[in-house]
Structures are given as C-alpha cells and as structure tokens.
Design a protein around this ligand. Structure first.
Ligand SMILES: NC(=O)c1ccc[n+]([C@@H]2O[C@H](COP(=O)([O-])OP(=O)(O)OC[C@H]3O[C@@H](n4cnc5c(N)ncnc54)[C@H](OP(=O)(O)O)[C@@H]3O)[C@@H](O)[C@H]2O)c1
Length: 245
C-alpha cells in the first residue's frame, strides 16, 4: 500500500493514517464500486479486497463503538467485534474490542445469535431504538444488550449519538448501511467518510453509500492511499469547528 495524497509514502502506518482527530468524531467507513454501487449481489464483500479488509480492521481497533443499521447487521451476518493482538497498543485504557450498536425500530434481529450471545461483557451490544419498538422484543434484547431509546417512531440520530457520547463512546465508526448513513449526514453528524473505491463497474440498481433523505455536506480530501487499483480516501467535513451534536 502507498499514500498518494497529500504526500507520497510507501507502506504508511495505517494506525497513524486513521487516528481519530478528536475524541468526539463520527466516521463512516464504506466501500463502493467505481460507478458508485454500495453492494454487489446484495453484499459488500464482492467490492472489498485485502487492503480494504486491513483498513476495516484498523478502523474497528481505533473506534470506541461500531454503529450499524439493522439491515446491514442482518444481511452481513454481524457478530461481535473480536479483539485482535494488533489492537492491544491502540486500545490501551479502553476495552479490548468495541461494542456493536445497532439502529433498529422493529428489532427483527437474531437475538439468540452470536452478536448477542458471544459478545464479551466489556463489549455488550447496544440496541438503539424507539418508544414504539415491540415490547416483547425489547425485553428479549435487554437480556444481552444495552438498550437506548432515542425517539418515538424513528430513531433521532442526534439523540442517539448524544447518548453514545454520554457513555464515553465518542469515537464512532459507522459501517452503514446507506439508509442509516443518509440520516446521519442529514443530521450534520458525519465528520469523516473513509471510502474505498473498488476498481469495478457494476451497473444495476444498488444504492449509493447514502440512500434516502437528501442533504449536502462539503468535504475536504484529506488522504488517499492506493493498493492493487483500490483507492482508500479519507474525506473530512469542511470547516470543522467541532463535532456536530
Ligand atoms: N458498501 C458498503 O460499505 C456497505 C456497508 C454496509 C452495508 N452495505 C450494504 O447495504 C445494505 C443494507 O443497507 P440499507 O441502507 O438497506 O440498510 P441499513 O441502513 O443497514 O439499515 C436500515 C434499517 O436500520 C433501521 N433504521 C434505519 N434508520 C432508522 C431510524 N431512523 N429509526 C429506526 N430504525 C432505523 C431499520 O431497521 P428495522 O428494519 O430493524 O426497524 C432499517 O430497516 C446491504 O445490502 C449491505 O450489504 C454496504
């Protein structure tokens, strides 16, 4: 891997390249085809490559919490983030792995599956939901997860992020999907997009990395890494006076 912007460097230190600029920072991490598709045959795996998976791991290691939409958790078969040896130094003073926080209204999740039953106590999963969530599912979820109620009918992203920060989880890594991303951007909460551009054309009707509510956020291209034709771009929100929310 090499950095090609803002300077040129062979084998850059990925931890240094992706260190969070602030303790309160929301980073989206997404992969897309060259024509903007956010999935291939319904999943992100076909878009990814070795370098992308390495960066994915480093970003999880740097995060206080991993945030994901319920559809991503269901389709991508999320389990808990497992601690890695390479994370030991960069997680000093923090739990060995970040918890997974799932945004969901229906709680149509496999509450008896690995995400909920195999997480270590220090990385108990978090359900972010609404007052209108089904009570029986909430009771079931509460056995193995912390529950955040943030909104009546729909999760209010500002309230959700404020709650995570209140738990000391300020460095938020959002792994999608596009419908969640669009709402975070519309709420002015996206500080950074870590975007892998895969050397593929796909056509079809896959969503872009933001799907749904329209918004506009100006970005600055802070860094570009390259490996095997994949581009790894770090876009940072322009004119950062401080994190939103
Ligand atoms: N290219 C990439 O890097 C990447 C990354 C992630 C995912 N993906 C792909 O993206 C697809 C899934 O993304 P998606 O955009 O369809 O869905 P998503 O954003 O992952 O999840 C949408 C779901 O999240 C919950 N949700 C979202 N906003 C909510 C709100 N305001 N209040 C309450 N619940 C809310 C709802 O869950 P309930 O239905 O449970 O109520 C909703 O159905 C998959 O194909 C996945 O493979 C690609």
């Amino acid at each position: 891997m090499r950095r090609i912007h803002p300077d040129v460097e062979e084998d850059p230190d990925l931890v240094a390249a992706y260190t969070y600029p602030r303790d309160r920072w929301l980073r989206l991490n997404m992969v897309t085809s060259a024509d903007g598709a956010a999935w291939m045959k319904g999943l992100s795996a076909g878009l990814s490559g070795q370098g992308d998976r390495r960066i994915f791991g480093v970003l999880r290691g740097l995060a206080d919490v991993v945030l994901a939409g319920a559809s991503t958790v269901r389709t991508e078969g999320y389990g808990p983030a497992r601690p890695r040896e390479s994370w030991t130094a960069l997680r000093e003073g923090r739990p060995p792995a970040p918890p997974i926080a799932v945004v969901t209204r229906r709680l149509d999740l496999d509450l008896g599956g690995p995400l909920f039953t195999e997480a270590e106590p220090y990385a108990r999963p978090i359900i972010i939901t609404t007052e209108s969530a089904p009570q029986d599912r909430l009771d079931e979820a509460a056995k193995n997860a912390d529950v955040i109620i943030a909104g009546e009918e729909r999760v209010d992203m500002l309230a959700a992020v404020r709650d995570l920060r209140g738990r000391g989880l300020g460095r938020i890594l959002c792994e999608g999907g596009p419908r969640l991303n669009a709402q975070l951007a519309a709420a002015g909460l996206v500080d950074e997009v870590s975007l892998t551009i895969s050397p593929l054309l796909l056509g079809g009707d896959a969503a872009r990395i933001l799907n749904g509510v329209a918004s506009q956020t100006s970005l600055v291209l802070a860094q570009v890494l390259e490996e095997d034709g994949f581009l790894f771009c770090r876009y940072v929100r322009e004119a950062q006076d401080g994190p939103a929310g």
